[in-house]
Design a protein around this ligand. Structure first.
Ligand code: ADP
Ligand code: ADP
Length: 229
């Protein structure tokens, strides 16, 4: 699941300046798509509209063929996993922070999700296991590790659609690469993964969608876009 269809979507924060204009595109279910383009192009707005942070002013947005305005907000959000660029963790244990994705999860499920997200052995093997609070007694986490916790949380939730915001990420290249690796756990055949990123050079995307001034300026595979250049 997790197929997306935007049809003539218009939305503006400020009526004098539309953030997206007649935005039309579709994303096939189960694919990984890189949402690229310059800052201000509309990437974050697309995420906010999908999550119904804001409602569109005209057009339609469908997920798996269903108009999102006809779905209860709670049920819509249950099917969408969001990995923000700056993950804010609870002042609690790693275990608690991951379990937040699915409160009914067993310890084994939480540990499996942590491993799938490639959370460092350093964190997993921390004395007292997962029971030390984040930031306590030397359990200090880097930006990449925090993001892996957000990914583990999302894996546990098993949503049909995952939105990953790397648009203005301050992560260094190595960390970014590590986060990319841990994403392969999410990019299974059932999950649609949309990654907002500054660059179209990101690896392993089935297709690339370039947004500029709130409209699609290019869409295609990595090879197709290179041929055009
Ligand atoms: P991107 O994520 O590609 O950088 P955005 O979706 O954040 O692009 O921005 C699209 C347009 O909407 C820009 O012109 C931006 O300034 C504007 N915008 C984004 N967020 C807000 C907001 N909260 N209030 C007003 N304008 C906004
Ligand atoms: P992001 O879009 O990833 O949140 P931005 O740098 O675009 O990062 O925006 C940072 C914050 O400022 C966000 O909360 C966004 O909603 C808000 N913002 C962005 N553009 C504008 C704008 N033109 N007017 C008011 N707020 C904005």
């Amino acid at each position: 699941g997790g197929g997306i269809e935007f049809k003539d979507v218009c939305f503006s924060y400020d009526p004098r300046q539309p953030a997206v204009k007649n935005l039309t595109f579709s994303i096939k279910p189960g694919t990984t798509v890189a949402l690229c383009g310059p800052s201000g192009g509309g990437k974050s707005t697309v995420f906010r509209l999908l999550f119904r942070f804001y409602d569109i002013q005209s057009g339609s947005i469908c997920i798996d063929g269903q108009d999102i305005r006809t779905v209860r907000q709670q049920s819509l959000r249950a099917h969408i996993g969001v990995v923000p660029q700056d993950t804010v963790l609870f002042n609690s244990t790693v275990m608690y922070n991951i379990r937040y994705g699915k409160p009914s999860a067993t310890d084994e499920e939480v540990i499996a999700a942590a491993k799938a997200a490639e959370i460092h052995e350093r964190v997993l093997a921390f004395p007292d296991g997962y029971n030390t609070k984040v930031g306590e007694r030397g359990l200090r986490l880097s930006g990449g590790e925090k993001q892996r916790i957000a990914i583990a949380r999302t894996i546990l939730k098993s949503p049909s659609l995952v939105l990953l915001d790397e648009a203005t990420s301050a992560l260094d290249n190595t960390t970014e690469r590590l986060v990319q690796d841990s994403l392969t756990a999410l990019a299974n055949s059932r999950t649609t993964l949309v990654i907002a990123h500054r660059l179209s050079t990101i690896v392993d995307a089935d297709s690339i969608l370039v947004l500029k001034d709130g409209a699609v300026v290019e869409q295609g595979t990595h090879d197709e876009l290179i041929e055009k250049e």
